[in-house]
Design a protein around this ligand. Structure first.
Ligand code: PNS
Length: 163
């Protein structure tokens, strides 16, 4: 049997419990999961790519299925995917509102690299409204995000936004 490597790309700015749920599901479907953290300086991320990678490494369990590697990437996702020997891109779908953007990205990626398939996984219902963007907004305005992110991420948000 050939090894099935999957790539789960994203900004992860910051990691949420929704991401962790997709990671756990993806690890049951592949032999090796690469988390590809976008170096997106134009988007002015709240956390540096090193901080985002550390958050993921600190919160992904070591014994939950396929091994996970966390790498940064820039440039085209399909180029990165093929470079690491993967043919599967994993994305989480929360609500219908995600569909249009994800559909366009999946079709563009397929056009660029027909051998690469995008696979969509549904997050747990309780995370269907959780996004990094909203988590940052709630944290910025002083709301409680402790049930939406790992505790260390909630702490990092509080430190970064209210120092
Ligand atoms: O978590 P995000 O911010 O929704 O992830 C978006 C991501 C990283 C998947 C997307 O921005 C991406 O793939 N960027 C790399 C550039 C690229 O390949 N663009 C063409 C794809 S349509």
């Amino acid at each position: 049997m050939t090894e099935k490597t999957a790539v789960y790309p994203g900004s992860f700015d910051p990691l949420t419990n929704g991401h962790l749920d997709i990671i756990a599901r993806a690890r049951r479907l592949c032999d090796r999961l690469i988390l590809a953290v976008l170096v997106n300086d134009e988007k002015k991320p709240l956390f540096t790519v090193e901080e985002r990678i550390a958050m993921i490494c600190d919160n992904v369990a070591s014994d939950g299925g396929a091994p996970v590697e966390v790498l940064e990437f820039s440039g085209l996702l399909v180029d990165f995917t093929q470079r690491v020997g993967a043919r599967m891109i994993v994305r989480g779908l929360r609500a219908v509102s995600d569909f249009e953007y994800e559909f366009q990205m999946a079709l563009m990626n397929r056009r660029l690299a027909p051998a690469v398939e995008t696979v969509f996984l549904m997050a747990k219902e309780e995370y269907s409204y959780v996004s990094s963007r909203l988590v940052k907004e709630v944290a910025r305005l002083g709301g409680d995000v402790t049930s939406l992110t790992p505790p260390a991420v909630a702490d990092a948000l509080a430190r970064r936004l209210h120092r």
